[in-house]
Design a protein around this ligand. Sequence first.
Ligand code: LLP
Length: 412
Amino acid sequence: MLNFHDNNLFIEQVRLLDIVEKYNTSTYVYSQDQIIKNFEKYTRELTEIAGGMICFACKSNSNGTILKLLAQHGAGADTTSGGEIYRCLKAGFNPDKIVYAGVGKTREEIAYAIKSNIFMFNVESEEELYVIDQIANQCQHKVRIAIRINPDVTPDTHSYIVTGSKGTKFGIPYEKAVQIYLNASKKKNLIVSGIHFHIGSQIVDLEPFKLAAQKIKSIIDILNTYNIKVNCINCGGGLGIKYNNTTNVISQHQLMTEMFNIFGKNNKFIFEPGRSIIANAGCMLVKVIYSKISGNKHFIITDAGMNDLIRPTLYGAYHEILPVFQHNNTQNVITDIVGPICETGDFLAKDIMFPIVKQNEVLIVKNTGAYCSSMSSEYNSRPKIAEVLVKNDNFMLIRKRACYDDLLLNEI
Ligand code: LLP
């Protein structure tokens, strides 16, 4: 997706500096081709071997144009709020392909989801189950549900994005699963048809997925003895990407084959990938405002801060950064690349080897397609930045840069 020609970095056939000339910095840029390639790795596997849906976890990137693109290619959506359901419907997702998880669905959100005719609720607690039944009754609707099981499996990833361990807020403990399925099966407005697990994010090994799936399979086997059939298996998302060259990541093929082997191919499978579809399809272009030396360290101060990209400071995440115009024969020095925000935690990279750059040079921050724009804020009253989609040798604005007036939009 990214390649150098004559020392200039290109995304597909577009020179990154041309995007900067037209739309300035900081700007998020996405490759349409890469998004579709990533998505098709999942669909190919699913259609060739089993059946089901790939529901894009739209929390990873909720830009309407990107959602629309995925919807047009047949994706479903994994949502976690009324707002996400709204965005997905607006983007053209078939409600029949929308699933809805989340530990704190409000009554209003549940009613909205029911009226929108979404495919399935992934229920995260016993109380929620009864509230859904109640509201479904008021709406005179029958509602399809899966129960999200917490399998007590801890993948090796940042602790803030582990969701499958005992003691996290997610799902129903697997020891209680059978009883809760039995209770659910007695509710007249619920159609009990699925089981869901999602153990965390940025997971690079097969083992935790396998362990979790085996535990879920044993629950399905017990449910069968009670004549409760759950044949919609939602394996969640969580597959990681290679943020640096030293990480080895399992492929979609390995993950899905393992799931099909454990559960059997005759089920309907749902996968909810977010990061593995969109992360490496996006980058961020930032400009150098100043450089300075403090305490023997070089600092590069850019026009993007932790409000635009919170992952480095929140999860200690690494995003590779490069100048978009290649420096030949320059010496690298230990550098922090920081933003303009008044916090020491405002950095894009820490203690990396980086060339000495000049004011106004443009840098690229890689792999920022997932959980970057969607987690951005206006902290320090910094308007949200622009987003651009590249297709072959064309590019178009898909979110315009906000202005100062936007900062006051809802204030009274
Ligand atoms: N399904 C459920 C129920 C989820 O909660 C998530 C992500 C996904 C699917 C998609 O997971 P993925 O395939 O993207 O790993 N902000 C963090 C990641 C938080 C993930 C939250 N849940 C980050 O920047 O690393």
